[in-house]
Design a protein around this ligand. Structure first.
Ligand code: DOR
Ligand code: ZN
Length: 440
C-alpha cells in the first residue's frame, strides 16, 4: 500500500513564531511534508494531538554536558535523555569538557561519540585559547561545530581569554558569530576578597553586576571597531540590556530561565550553594529588565546554561562549591509556565527557542514548522499542571533548583527528524541524534 505519511499528527494546533494554526501535520522521511486537513488512509502511525500544541523542536543553544571528562556529572547520554524528556530536540554543547574542545581532534572525538550516545540532535562549540587563535577560522567551519565560545571571565574549567588584543584577533580572523561569557576578569580578581567562606550570598558581591557590564562594554566596543557580530551569553543585568539596545546591528542576546525566574535573595535562602551560578542570580530590578528584553525583542534566544554538578560537589562550603545548575530538562516547563502567567506569548517562546537559534546560527532545515523542514517537534499541553521535582530529573546530578515549583504547561512529546523520541514522559526511541548542519 502506498504510504503517503510515515506519521500523521491529527488535530493539534501548530505554532510558529508568527502565529498558530489548527491543522494536521504529515511527516515523511524525517521531514514535514504537509499540513492542513490530511487524509489518514495512507498514514503509518497516526497520533491524536487534539488539545495539544505542536511547536518547532526546542533548540537549547547552551548546555554543558560533561562528556568527556566528568561523566559523573553528566554524559552525552544522560544529558540528551534529560533534554528530550523535557521537550528539547537539539542542543549546542559547550567546550569546557576534559579535554577541552579546542582542537580539531577533540571536536571530532565529541562528534563521533555523540553519534552513538545522543537522543537529540547536537553540535559543539569550540573554545578559544591563546594557543588556538590561528586555527579558529578553520575550526569554526568544521562539520558539527556551531561556533566559537570565548570565556572572557574565568568560570568552571580553565578556558579564559581576557585580553582585548586576543579578542580582536579572534573576531578579525573568523567569520561566524562568536559567543561570549562576559564578566571582567581583572575586576573579578580584584574582588575575590569579597567572598566570605560559607556564605554563598557573597557570590553576587564578588561577581558583581559591574563586572558583567564592564566586560560587555569592552566587547561591544571591540566588535564595533572590527565590524563583527558577537553573541552575548546569559545577559543578567539591566545596565547591559540598556547598552545592548545601542548595538542591535552587531550583537545578539541570550537570557536564561534561571535569571528570568530565580531572584537572588530568595534563592540563596532556599538553596544556598545550589543557587550559585556564573553570572550570578540578580535582584528583581535586573530581572524586570530581562523580562522587558524578552517582551520587547532585545533578547534573541533563551538558553538553559545547563551546568550540572553533583549534590556532593554543590554541598562543599562556599566558595569551594562549583558554580552552575542543571536546566535542560526544566527549560520548557518553566518557560511554558511563564507563558501561562502571561509574561510572554507562546509565539515569542517559539521565536526564542527555535526560530531565533536558527536565524542566529544559520541552522539548516530547523527552527520552523514548514514544508521541507526537519520534522523536529516539541508537543506540549498548555493546560497540564505538574510539580517540578528532583525525582523527575534524569540528569546524573539528580536535582533541580526548581524543585517544588508548580507549573502549568508541560512537554508531552517530541520528534527528532520524524522519529518519536519521547511520549508521555517515556523515552520511545534511543540514540537518534546526529550533528546539525549550518548554512553560515
Ligand atoms: O555557572 C556556570 N557554570 N557558569 C559557567 O560559565 C560555566 C558553568 C559550568 O560549566 O559549570
Ligand atoms: Zn554556560
Amino acid at each position: 500500500m502506498l504510504q503517503i505519511y510515515d506519521s500523521l499528527l491529527k488535530g493539534g494546533t501548530i505554532v510558529n513564531q508568527n502565529g498558530c494554526l489548527r491543522a494536521d501535520l504529515g511527516i515523511r522521511d524525517g521531514r514535514i511534508v504537509a499540513f492542513g486537513l490530511l487524509d489518514e488512509t495512507h498514514a503509518g502511525q497516526i497520533v491524536d494531538c487534539r488539545g495539544l500544541h505542536i511547536l518547532p523542536g526546542v533548540i537549547d543553544t547552551h548546555v554543558h554536558f560533561r562528556d568527556p571528562g566528568n561523566t559523573h556529572k553528566e554524559s552525552m547520554e544522560s544529558g540528551s535523555r534529560a533534554a528530550v524528556l523535557g521537550g528539547v530536540t537539539a542542543i549546542f554543547d559547550m567546550p569546557n569538557t576534559i579535554p577541552q574542545t579546542t582542537t580539531e581532534s577533540a571536536l571530532a572525538a565529541k562528534i563521533s561519540h555523540g553519534r552513538n550516545h545522543m537522543h537529540c540532535d547536537f553540535s559543539f562549540f569550540v573554545g578559544a585559547t591563546k594557543d588556538n587563535i590561528e586555527q579558529l577560522a578553520n575550526l569554526e567551519w568544521q562539520a558539527g561545530c556551531c561556533g566559537i565560545k570565548v570565556f572572557m571571565g574565568s568560570s568552571t574549567g580553565n578556558l579564559l581569554l581576557d585580553d582585548d588584543d586576543d579578542v580582536a584577533a579572534i573576531l578579525r580572523g573568523t567569520t561566524r558569530r562568536v559567543a561570549f561569557h562576559c564578566e571582567d576578569e581583572a575586576l573579578l580578581r580584584a574582588c575575590t576578597h569579597l567572598r566570605v567562606k560559607g556564605n554563598p550570598e557573597t557570590h553576587t558581591l564578588w561577581r558583581s553586576a559591574e563586572a558583567a557590564l564592564m566586560c560587555t562594554t569592552r566587547l561591544l566596543h571591540l566588535a564595533r571597531k572590527v565590524e563583527r557580530r558577537v553573541h552575548l551569553l546569559h545577559v543578567s543585568t539591566a545596565e547591559e540590556m540598556s547598552l545592548l539596545s545601542d548595538f542591535r546591528d552587531i550583537a545578539s542576546v541570550e537570557v536564561t530561565p534561571h535569571h528570568l525566574t530565580l531572584e537572588e535573595n530568595e534563592s540563596y535562602t532556599r538553596l544556598g550553594t545550589f543557587a550559585q551560578v556564573n553570572p550570578p542570580l540578580r535582584n528583581s530590578a535586573h530581572q524586570l529588565a530581562l523580562w522587558s528584553a524578552v517582551r520587547g525583542g532585545l533578547a534573541d534566544v533563551i538558553g538553559s546554561d545547563h551546568a550540572p554538578h553533583t549534590r556532593d560537589e554543590k554541598n562543599r562550603p562556599y566558595p569551594e562549591s562549583p558554580s552552575g545548575m542543571p536546566g535542560v530538562q526544566t527549560f520548557v516547563p518553566v518557560m511554558l509556565h511563564h507563558v501561562h502567567t502571561g509574561r510572554l506569548t507562546l509565539e515569542r517562546f517559539v521565536d526564542l527557542t527555535s526560530a531565533g537559534p536558527a536565524r542566529l546560527y544559520g541552522i539548516a532545515g530547523k527552527g520552523r514548522i514548514a514544508e521541507g523542514y526537519d520534522a523536529d517537534l516539541t508537543i506540549v499541553d498548555l493546560k497540564r499542571q505538574e510539580r517540578l521535582s528532583d525525582q523527575w530529573i534524569v540528569s546524573e546530578c539528580g536535582w533541580t533548583a526548581f524543585d517544588g515549583m508548580e507549573v502549568t504547561g508541560w512537554p508531552v512529546g517530541c520528534y527528532v527528524r520524524g522519529r518519536q523520541v519521547m511520549w508521555e514522559g517515556e523515552l520511545v526511541e534511543s540514540f537518534v541524534g546526529t550533528p546539525m548542519r549550518f548554512t553560515r
